[in-house]
Design a protein around this ligand. Structure first.
Ligand SMILES: Nc1nc2c(ncn2[C@@H]2O[C@H](COP(=O)(O)OP(=O)(O)OP(=O)(O)O)[C@@H](O)[C@H]2O)c(=O)[nH]1
Ligand SMILES: [Mg+2]
Length: 431
């Protein structure tokens, strides 16, 4: 993959004897070459490389960075800016409709997205509205069954009727992923069918599935689909098998549609939410830590998760709420602690700190059912309140208690931080 050579750029900066204009110019050239090879469009390549050059030669090095880190940070930030935001589909009741040309990977992606949301605790089902290709029904059925994902389809039905029936049959599901038929080209017949399906389905998200191998052609294709039915997000597939993946990335940016997911293999597991920070870090070979550092910087500055405030003020359930929100963006809290400038590291057993997505979602739902007073002063939550909260949030009293236990444990951790009685040995989070 052409983008792979971006790793060499970082290596070059790290190994350079001195950081000067010559190095910056070389680095900018290397980046240009890598992006162009990856089929990123010329105008975007110019924008990105110009910005890197300008900043690298004019900006002061921040006190916490050395000159090399400073350049790497600028490269990282400008690539991030070039890539734009990802589309994060929230974990709530939604309908997703997939569209795309023949063979782009819609059916595979339908199963991948379904597994993604199922793994995160949503009651998810898939629907095939592809009556064009005879084997489409079996293909999706088999994929879905392999992961215990409920499937709806009709072997000889009409796509619009199938969607109507699916909506009736799958009313109780949180997340419906609807696969549609592809055509060789975006012809009128396909457009009409997509419009009809969308009318009946009323999808929250229309996702366009783009094969990364088409490189810069992605731009024309995405624009045509967007003009025809309005696209909310892009899924790039087959990122594994091509050197031209930059084409689809830059197409999304050019048209202004965020990327939601990336598929990088035939297996249902070969799939991830498109997270620009993680993505760029990996391109640059900086691993998760750098990405996390950046994120911590951002999050702390937004006071989403402010450990200093934790230490100063009273630690309430609101902090747990913020913490969970930050965690769903950044990964486990343990990793964040590892990076914070407390001057000591905390030895915590991994499992204890790890919170599953499912648990995070539950905890948030439970807190959403609490009053302001309860959030700020959890001590008042007695057993009758616990019962009320459980009913209100559709959870069990046991689960509410679990959250309160987690809160107490975290509060203890914060107290110990305050007293610097660390490291905490064998800290258990109680679940
Ligand atoms: N390497 C790789 N192959 C993929 C990926 N996604 C899908 N494929 C393969 O691409 C081929 C087409 O995938 P489908 O999911 O059937 O594509 P589709 O868009 O549903 O095709 P039609 O229904 O004919 O329009 C299959 O062989 C998939 O296994 C991916 O991310 N990487
Ligand atoms: Mg298909």
């Amino acid at each position: 993959m052409a983008l792979e050579s971006l790793k060499d750029v970082v290596r070059k900066i790290t190994k350079s004897a001195s950081v000067d204009k010559k190095l910056v110019e070389e680095v900018v050239k290397d980046i240009q070459r890598a992006l162009l090879k990856a089929d990123v469009n010329v105008r975007q390549v110019k924008e990105i490389s110009d910005a890197i050059k300008k900043r690298a030669l004019s900006e002061d090095v921040l006190p916490t960075f050395n000159a090399r880190e400073h350049i790497i940070k600028i490269v990282y930030e400008e690539l991030m800016r070039g890539i734009g935001e990802g589309l994060e589909i929230p974990l709530k009741k939604s309908k997703i409709m997939l569209v795309g040309l023949q063979g782009s990977g819609k059916t595979t992606t339908t199963a991948k997205i379904a597994k993604y949301f199922k793994d995160r605790g949503l009651k998810t089902a898939v629907v095939t509205a592809d009556t064009w290709r005879p084997a489409a029904y079996e293909q999706l059925k088999q994929l879905a069954e392999a992961y215990n994902i409920p499937f709806y389809g009709e072997k000889n039905g009409n796509a619009i009727k199938i969607v109507k029936n699916a909506l009736k049959n799958l009313k109780d599901y949180d997340m419906l992923i609807v696969d549609t038929a592809g055509r060789h080209a975006l012809e009128k017949e396909l457009i009409d069918e997509m419009i009809e399906i969308a009318k009946v389905l009323q999808p929250d998200y229309k996702l366009l599935v783009l094969d990364a191998a088409i490189g810069q052609l992605a731009s024309k294709q995405a624009k045509a689909f967007h003009d025809a039915i309005g696209i909310d997000g892009i899924v790039i597939t087959k990122f594994d098998g091509t050197a031209k993946g930059g084409g689809a990335l830059s197409a999304a940016r050019e048209i202004g549609i965020p990327i939601a997911f990336i598929g990088s293999g035939e297996k249902v597991e070969d799939f991830e939410r498109f997270d620009p920070a993680g993505f760029v870090s990996r391109l640059l070979g900086m691993g998760d830590i750098k990405a996390l550092l950046e994120k911590v910087e951002r999050v702390v500055s937004q006071e989403e998760l402010d450990p200093e405030a934790f230490l100063k003020g009273t630690f309430t359930l609101k902090d747990i709420y913020k913490q969970i929100e930050a965690m769903s963006k950044m990964g486990p809290i343990r990793k964040i602690f590892d990076l914070l400038p407390f001057g000591f590291s905390m030895k915590v057993d991994d499992d204890a700190m790890e919170m599953t997505q499912e648990k995070m979602r539950k905890f948030k739902v439970i807190m959403d059912s609490m009053t302001e007073e309860e959030l700020l002063n959890p001590k008042i939550i007695d057993s009758s309140r616990i019962r009320r909260i459980a009913i209100g949030s559709g959870t069990s009293p046991q689960e509410v208690k679990e959250l309160l236990k987690y809160y107490k444990t975290m509060k203890n951790v914060m107290k110990r931080f305050k007293k610097k009685k660390l490291p905490i040995k064998g800290l258990k989070m109680g679940f």
